[in-house]
Design a protein around this ligand. Sequence first.
Ligand code: APR
Ligand code: PHB
Length: 397
Amino acid sequence: MPPTKTQVAIVGAGPSGLLLGQLLHKAGIDNVILEQRSGDYVLSRIRAGVLEQVCIDLMDEAGVGARMHKEGLVHGGIELLFGGRRHRVDLNGLTGGKNVMVYGQTELTRDLMEARRAAGLPIVYEAQHVSVHDFDTRTPRVRYEHGGATHEIACDFIAGCDGFHGVCRASAPRGAITEYEKVYPFGWLGLLSDTPPVCDELVYVNSPRGFALCSQRSRTRSRYYLQVPLTDKIEAWTDAAFWQELKLRLDDAGRAKLVTGPSIEKSIAPLRSFVTEPLRFGRMFLAGDAGHIVPPTGAKGLNLAATDVKYLSGAFVEYFRTGSENGIDNYSARCLRRIWKAERFSWWFTMLMHRFPEDGPIVGRFQEAELDYLVHSEAGRRTIAENYVGLPLDFAE
Ligand code: APR
Ligand code: PHB
């Protein structure tokens, strides 16, 4: 039976909730995680897998970085393909030695789940009708149903790590919350296959037929994406149609090198920019997708979640060790300064790389001209590189 009392009740066992739980455990702070889905379901979700240093460091701090360092691929550059030609952005050279690491979010989640299981820490999967109460007092409570019974946990704090559709943000008083949102008029059709990646590095493609991305999970597993209309149905996209369309968006070298094969997974995801202000409501805090969503262009989602968790775990540790509420009081503003910069970059990169249905061909030529300018200007390349590897944490202080 899970306890009826804990220090931090965490709602949601995605990367945010699991990472927070592990960091708090390391610091000797009790926590319980409530997750509405099964563990298998959580692991079946395929998401981006580009880790900034902040995320790598946090996995290490949580003591779960070993497999990531062994299997993760360090990337020192990305490629931009437009006007039929590729241009490399030397992330490492332009940022004084910073890189990103390609390691699937599914694998990162698996490592965190395994560490929690090994430590015997409480996690309730398939917790139904989770509800949050009294977070405007010093004695919040979380209620849920499991195994046909209703349970309640009393806690000092509630961490809303329950993603975009979660219950925590929805429970904040409407008058105390502002939500900013932009929905893009297309989706990303993703395909995962056990084929070697077409390029050692990620290739972001602006083509007259729409955006494409060549990504990867390992040297033998590829992840590709195509911009598609939101009205497209996944059943209508055969593997053959996907590969044919991808080839049409690539350059000659890409077409020649592309290895095709059966899909392991195929899905269409919408693109959204979304920010909630603030991220704190009394003794309830939002972290990760519960508080903000970025379009995947630039792969900032997981890294923003990691930064929230870094600040939130630090604030809780400070509170329980010293009684100081300084970190807690600053949490929302501190996160939001960084969030808005990553939101801005993801929005800009999305606008630059996709063809919008309402725009005529002239906008495509504007995009190509801007890209041509950026890749031929050191300042332009550096702007992309600095944002892609992640702005320094103290940039937001
Ligand atoms: N009760 C309990 N759990 C819930 C509830 C609820 N009412 N609502 C949602 N959840 C769970 C979801 O089932 C999910 O497992 O909360 C979890 C939230 O996980 P994610 O959506 O993965 O969000 P987060 O952990 O913040 O991870 C952010 O995910 O979408 C990507 O790009 C994003 O990489 C980033 C990362
Ligand atoms: C991915 O590998 O799934 C991926 C990589 C980079 C992105 C988005 C998705 O910008």
